[in-house]
Design a protein around this ligand. Sequence first.
Ligand SMILES: C[S@@+](CC[C@H](N)C(=O)[O-])C[C@H]1O[C@@H](n2cnc3c(N)ncnc32)[C@H](O)[C@@H]1O
Length: 213
Amino acid sequence: MSFISEEIMDYAEMHTNDEPKLLQELRKETWQKVIAPRMLSGHFQGRLLAMISKMIQPKKILEIGTFTGYATLCLAEGLTDNGTIFTIDINEELEEIQQKYFKKSGYAQQIVLLTGNALELIPRLTEGFDLVFIDADKENYSQYFELIIDKMNKGGIVLSDNVLWSGKVLNNAVKNDKDTQSLILYNQLLKDESKVETILLPIRDGISITRKL
Ligand SMILES: C[S@@+](CC[C@H](N)C(=O)[O-])C[C@H]1O[C@@H](n2cnc3c(N)ncnc32)[C@H](O)[C@@H]1O
């Protein structure tokens, strides 16, 4: 969901760099062939991720929740020449489309695709991340944060997607909605954690930018 009017979003997209051809192709194929295509970042958020990554020029990125690899390729745009992006997804059925577009992109040598549960795989990764994108199951956002924060370099950035969860985070009364409850706790964790500073942007479904102090 977007909290900004459609007209303003259209105007913002029109005055944002065009979506690269390969990403247009990947977006279309995702919508044609994959279940829940709305999970893909898309043109506007993709350009935002690419811009942030280019500003940071990271050597080492971690993405939690690859899906079809759209955001992976956007984040890879900012990597240094010898930089690497590790990207994790639990759904092995996505591997064919992920690999197809990684190969076409020219970033294949810089992408390490890990298939499995991020909660089990992150502890096996060594430290030194400059940029982390948290975009997997909402219930585990706080756990992902705890697993990565000490593996991040000083000044490193954590981007967390969907932190407004269609506005449901405003509703404290939700009893059986674990995703919303977890995101409410996660947003508070980012605010209270003394190791970081955070700004929550009401762009698209809400994106937090968190910087390790
Ligand atoms: C919102 S999608 C990611 C979208 C992608 N980052 C993008 O912007 O195009 C979430 C992904 O997280 C994956 N996922 C869910 N739980 C996971 C887990 N425990 N470990 C790893 N991946 C998980 C799902 O399979 C799904 O592909």
